[in-house]
Design a binder for this molecule. Sequence first.
Ligand code: KG4
Ligand code: ZN
Length: 337
Amino acid sequence: MPTSEVKILAIESSCDETSAAIIHNGKVLNNIISTQSVHENYGGVVPELASRAHQQNIVPVVDKALKNAAIDKNELSAIAFTRGPGLMGALLVGASFAKSMALALDIPLIEINHMQAHILAHFIDDPKPQYPFLCLTVSGGHTQIVLVNDYLDMEVIGETKDDAVGEAFDKSAKLLGLGYPGGPKVDKHAAKGNPDRFSFPETEMPGLNYSFSGIKTGILYFLRDKLKENEHFITENLDDICASIQKTLVGMLLQKLRKASREYRIKNIAIAGGVSANQGLRKSLAEMAEKEGWQVFIPEFEYCTDNAAMIAMAAHYKYLAGEFVGQEVSALPRMKF
Ligand code: KG4
Ligand code: ZN
């Protein structure tokens, strides 16, 4: 197969988005996403329901991606899928589908690490970061500072030792009665609030690591005490509470990112993952970049949250490197780099 005609179908099913994308010679042609709304009623992703919804959505989503790109399945060079990390049952749907399709078409299979793909989302559009760069990867399941030396050469230099920052956003939102997913809702209210009104205890961690579980408990006790004094405390102060929580979480993220940048002497800074959509984070990052002389890279909004376009981008580089896997491969919920 000449490298001038590389057409890859990529599948993402690690959490609650069923997504498929087609990449042609390194250019992403589309990014079809079916979001599972069923979880909204439960205040969080229910793994069993996620698997069932993936099972229902995967064929229509793949079919739509192929038709939208006007590509026949027989033209495909390879099939890529998210192997992990993620929810086991959810990953299995994508993995099994990708394996079956690759076997039926007799084409190579490519496994992708979801966290690596979040970082490679920066290479879908311009401007692309220069190597080496640091990437703050912030999602519902992960919070990592990654040293990126090359497309497939990455090292985690700092990470959370308990909750992910997205989880801290979501759990705070739940305490405030805002529903799921809470991150965007906290973000929306925070835009109208005073971030200096309240403060919450931060957990200091050594090195470049994070801890977000303490702040969740701090918010819980804070609200419990305030609600004793005034049962309408949350509704009367919602914007200020959200702004204060957001300021605390963003401050924790950026403090370690600055430390990493100074220690590694790297001023090319990228952010990735669902929480990189946060307006407060983007604003504070821009302010810090100004002071520290950073060049900052943030992907388009649709490539920040879970999507198959980033899986496709990672798959393109793996295809060029000849990194394929056999049919015995299975999902890896705790997959590392
Ligand atoms: O990367 P992602 O789509 O899925 C995972 O791999 O986890 O990230 C989802 C997370 C959720 O915790 C969600 O609340 C958070 O990203 N998120 C936000 C915002 N948009 C999504 N958090 C804060 N502000 C936002 N605007
Ligand atoms: Zn993700």
